[in-house]
Design a protein around this ligand. Structure first.
Ligand SMILES: [Zn+2]
Length: 104
């Protein structure tokens, strides 16, 4: 019986540990994605200012690559989401993460 209790407690600790780990991992990926979106937004702003792209102008990720520097081509969601640059005036979005609650 005692052995069973030890096993049960052990399994409980392991599962609690993995839940915490998964949560932290998910949170870290979300944070990276948010930072990527911030970089894309910044690039979008720079492009808009330079080319006078008004509200509703369509901008592609390809166009923004020059504003993202060396690592521009590697910018991707760690959870495998796809970024939508969206027209000027609309925020950059990720197909996996939603950042509507965050202040932009
Ligand atoms: Zn994402």
């Amino acid at each position: 019986m005692q052995k069973f209790i030890y096993t049960a407690v052990f399994l409980l600790l392991v599962s609690a540990g993995s839940i915490i780990f998964i949560k932290l991992d998910k949170e870290a990926k979300r944070k990276t994605c948010y930072e990527n979106i911030q970089r894309l937004e910044e690039a979008k702003r720079k492009f808009g200012a330079e080319y006078g792209a008004g509200l509703g102008s369509h901008i592609t990720l390809k166009v923004l690559e020059t504003y993202l520097g060396e690592k521009g081509k590697e910018i991707s969601c760690p959870s495998g989401g796809e970024y939508s640059i969206n027209p000027v005036g609309q925020p950059v979005t990720c197909s996996v993460h939603s950042f509507e609650k965050e202040v932009r």
